[in-house]
Design a protein around this ligand. Structure first.
Ligand SMILES: *[C@@H]1O[C@H](CO)[C@@H](O)[C@H](O)[C@H]1NC(C)=O
Length: 424
């Protein structure tokens, strides 16, 4: 009797383990199949064109500022698109039309209803209560998600977002902190604006809901602030990010059409990973715009660290790094324009760039260029490939790159303090 009971228990356990692992496989398959139809259609053919558009909108905005069009114009084209409006609260969805760069077509929840989060709780990641952020982000229809009041949301498990969502924290101080953070996996059209994201931890080995009709087993997550995985049309704007277990923002597995703008990054080692493996060549389609961010106090490296794709790093303010600012491997194209790089005191950390684990004979063909960057305190940018060619340097000297404006353009990086009836 005792023996057969033990057998029974072992057998039950085995079945349970099998069910769980089938579920784990299903989870990724279902998310992926929802996305796969459109896979690969999100990258543009000529990334230089999109980079030139960003340059032009910055130039337009800085010109308007010089001409004194409106007293509120800052020279930051994203902000100038909506921040002059004291009635921003009535026109929240206008933000969706203010994007620039590769993620400019992300509409988020523009075409849907508003959803007001009034409950900071996350009691049940499988059956989230109405009124919680998790209940909002998993819905199938487009939603523009706002917050009733200030709150700290400590997530038990990753917040797995569904397509066509905007998280818009303007008007409240919203912290996603001390727990799991945000996952944007195999979905499209996500805008995240105005959050404080910090102290994210590794979570997992649990069931988590990803849509009204589906939940599945999640293995351990790294503990990124925002993890973008096989996703496209993503715009991350005006967030404050610090101190997470893994990256503050990581984008991997063929993610593309991404803009990361106006964010304030502090207190972190490996800030931003764009592409996770040299051998994952699908990341050749990765196209990311990194604009008007402030890479600030307590940062060490990877701002970003890139693989394979095309990375436009423009008008950012780099005030702190301990090891390097921009790095990569596997032949990424890096187009650095009009940034301000302030090198640290350490004489061995003055180089902005780093080629990770690659012989010079190989990386000298990679196209890494710098145009109009302001290099301070001994900072230097090592050019390579077409970016180092004399013909290129001549052609590029035509555009004004506004590095002198970077201080002003990025002075409000991070989550804004917005109150109703007044300009943000
Ligand atoms: C810049 O301004 C010009 C003239 O107003 C306009 O035609 C053009 O579309 C603007 N470019 C961008 C990228 O906003």
């Amino acid at each position: 009797m005792a023996v057969s009971l033990r057998c029974f228990c072992t057998w039950t356990l085995l079945v349970l383990v099998m069910v769980l692992s089938v579920n784990a496989a299903e989870e990724k398959d279902e998310l992926k199949s929802r996305y796969d139809d459109e896979w690969n259609e999100h990258a543009v053919e000529d990334p230089e064109e999109v980079a030139a558009m960003v340059d032009e909108s910055t130039r337009n905005s800085t010109e308007r500022r010089k001409l004194g069009f409106f007293s509120c114009v800052t020279g930051n084209p994203i902000d100038d698109c909506w921040r002059c409006d004291p009635r921003w609260r009535l026109h929240r969805k206008r933000l969706a039309n203010c994007g620039i760069g590769f993620g400019r077509n992300a509409v988020g929840g523009r075409d849907g209803r508003y959803y007001v989060v009034n409950n900071p709780g996350d009691d049940d990641p499988v059956s989230p209560r109405p009124g919680t952020l998790r209940h909002a982000v998993i819905q199938d229809q487009p939603l523009w998600i706002v917050f009733k009041r200030d709150m700290v949301i400590t997530l038990k498990q990753e917040l797995i977002m569904n397509s066509f969502k905007t998280i818009d924290a303007r008007g409240a101080s919203v912290h996603i902190a001390n727990g799991a953070c945000i996952t944007i996996q195999f979905v499209t059209n996500v805008i995240i604006h105005g959050l404080h994201i910090h102290d994210c931890r590794s979570t997992g080995n649990a069931m988590v809901r990803s849509s009204p009709g589906h939940y599945g087993w999640r293995t351990m997550a790294d503990g990124d602030g925002i993890s973008i995985f096989g996703a496209s049309h993503v715009w991350i704007d005006h967030n404050s990010l610090s101190n997470c277990a893994d990256g503050l923002i990581d984008a991997i597995m063929g993610s593309t059409a991404i803009t990361i703008s106006n964010n304030h990054f502090t207190h972190h080692n490996e800030v931003m990973l764009l592409g996770h493996s040299d051998s994952y060549t699908r990341d050749k389609q990765m196209q990311v715009t990194i604009a008007y961010n402030h890479f600030g106090e307590g940062l060490i490296q990877r701002m970003p660290r890139c693989r394979h794709g095309y990375f436009h790093v423009v008008n950012n303010d780099y005030t702190h790094w301990e090891m390097y600012a921009i790095g990569g491997s596997a032949d990424p194209t890096i187009n650095s324009q009009g940034n301000r790089f302030l090198a640290p005191a350490n004489a061995f950390a003055k180089e902005v760039t780093k080629r990770v684990g690659t012989a010079a004979g190989v990386w000298r063909h990679w196209n890494w260029r710098s145009e109009g960057d302001l290099l301070l305190n001994g900072a230097y940018f090592t050019l390579s490939g077409a970016g180092a060619a004399a013909s290129y340097a001549r052609a590029s000297s035509l555009g004004a790159k506004s590095s002198s404006m970077v201080g002003v353009i990025t002075s409000n990086a991070g989550a804004l303090v917005c109150r109703g009836g007044r300009r943000c």
